[in-house]
Design a protein around this ligand. Structure first.
Ligand SMILES: [Zn+2]
Length: 428
């Protein structure tokens, strides 16, 4: 601004004064040299300011940025995944250019428009009418595929997912992903079917709970300090959502990312509220980056400990194996073709199968599989199986006990009697 003013001053000075030709010419030369230098200066300055903002290559429908502070720690912000909740897009589209808004301890991956089509048309659902925030396992939206790739590529330490809600009882609602609750859910299912081989309740698990509580209560303090009405977000018709990972908050949580859902009410004052609150919260997160690293490390340690000696086996003869591998490759789930000698596995027999439309899985119809778990002595050679590591993600994707498993979406065009999947749990 100052530079522009001085440029204006110079040109008006040049016009007003009526010097002899020779002087005028010299002055013009000097002035143009000065103007040239100033323009160069302005270009250099503006270049320095915006040099750290890169557009992430994507499908035309998606707009995302990488704001680099040359840090080795990344954070992620997802705006307006539901196109009718455009607050975050509206506010962040101006902020991405203000690098001073974002604390410099982190780099930021900002998905500004998960879908231009949805935002332009104020659509909650994608073209096919599916809720995009239900597609983080079944991959039925480009935005979910894109965000999953970013999560894998950048390994963020935190993820903020910004939505809007028609609930007007508060200005702002928050909800955290809880790694402990999700893994506890997996553990309780294994207990129910008597296939748990070790207890989840180890020292690391309790350390994680303490750290999580600490981060969450400090976060709530930040939210409360804004002096507006805030509340914990509860999705309608649901008490506990920790058995579904198709929503982004839980999907990122199982990857050991400290994840927070922001929900703002549809109130015009909330544009300003989001701008202030997000800034304050990012500054808070930049002061606890060591805790966030510890959080991620603990999640991964617990996961490794709990899923050790557990595998999924899928028959080599399964006709849709390539499709299955393609999906698991996308999620970076490891598999092998060789394993030590296994005599006995458990397999899941379908005892009943129904179509199910559950309110909480809006717009999706699921197969409700009633399963019996049976032991089986392997009569096939081991070379006729593909062996998958069990971990948080593969447990949701492959285990048909979960409504969101792959078997429900892509690869179940076979008889109703069984799924070509075996569980192998090494007993200690
Ligand atoms: Zn939403």
């Amino acid at each position: 601004m100052k530079l522009l003013l001085s440029l204006n001053k110079i040109s008006s000075w040049k016009l007003k004064n009526n010097y002899p030709f020779i002087v005028y010419k010299t002055m013009t030369k000097k002035v143009s040299k000065l103007i040239f230098l100033l323009i160069l200066f302005v270009i250099i300055i503006s270049d320095v300011k915006s040099a750290n903002l890169y557009k992430i290559p994507s499908d035309q429908d998606i707009e995302a940025y990488f704001l680099s502070n040359d840090s080795n720690r990344n954070g992620m912000i997802i705006c307006s995944i539901h196109g009718n909740e455009d607050l975050a897009y509206r506010v962040l589209k101006n902020l991405v250019y203000k690098s001073s808004y974002f604390p410099s301890d982190f780099n930021y991956i900002i998905v500004l428009q998960p879908s231009k089509y949805r935002i332009d048309n104020k659509r909650r659902t994608n073209y096919e009418g599916l809720d995009p925030n239900r597609t983080f396992l079944n991959l039925y939206s480009k935005s979910a595929q894109f965000i999953i790739k970013l999560v894998n590529q950048y390994n963020p330490l935190f993820l903020i997912d910004i939505h809007q809600t028609s609930n007007n009882s508060s200005n702002f609602f928050y909800s955290f992903g809880n790694f402990d609750k999700i893994i506890k859910n997996i553990y309780s299912i294994y207990q129910k079917y008597k296939i748990a081989n070790r207890s989840i309740y180890c020292d690391d698990y309790y350390m994680l709970i303490d750290l999580q509580k600490d981060l969450q209560s400090e976060s709530i303090k930040i939210f409360s300090s804004l002096g507006v009405k805030i509340d914990k977000y509860k999705a309608p018709n649901r008490d506990d959502s920790y058995n579904s990972v198709s929503v982004l908050r839980n999907f990122s949580t199982i990857n050991g990312i400290f994840s927070v859902l922001f929900e703002f009410s549809f109130d015009s004052k909330n544009d300003q509220l989001l701008e202030i609150l997000l800034n304050k919260y990012l500054f808070y997160l930049s002061t606890v980056s060591d805790k966030l690293i510890n959080y991620s490390w603990l999640c991964k340690k617990i996961e490794k400990y709990y899923f050790k000696d557990r595998y999924f086996l899928v028959s080599n003869h399964y006709d849709n194996l390539l499709r299955l591998l393609e999906i698991l490759d996308f999620f970076y789930i490891k598999y092998y073709y060789n394993v030590e000698k296994i005599d006995s596995v458990m397999f899941l027999e379908i005892s009943n199968l129904d179509l199910l439309e559950v309110q909480e899985f809006k717009n999706f119809i699921y197969l409700d599989l009633k399963l019996n778990l049976r032991n089986k002595i392997l009569d096939q050679g081991l070379d006729s199986f593909v062996i998958f590591e069990q971990n948080m993600l593969s447990s949701f994707l492959l285990n048909p006990l979960y409504l969101e498993s792959i078997w429900n979406f892509v690869v179940l065009p076979y008889g109703r009697k069984y799924i070509p999947l075996y569980l192998y749990v090494k007993r200690n």
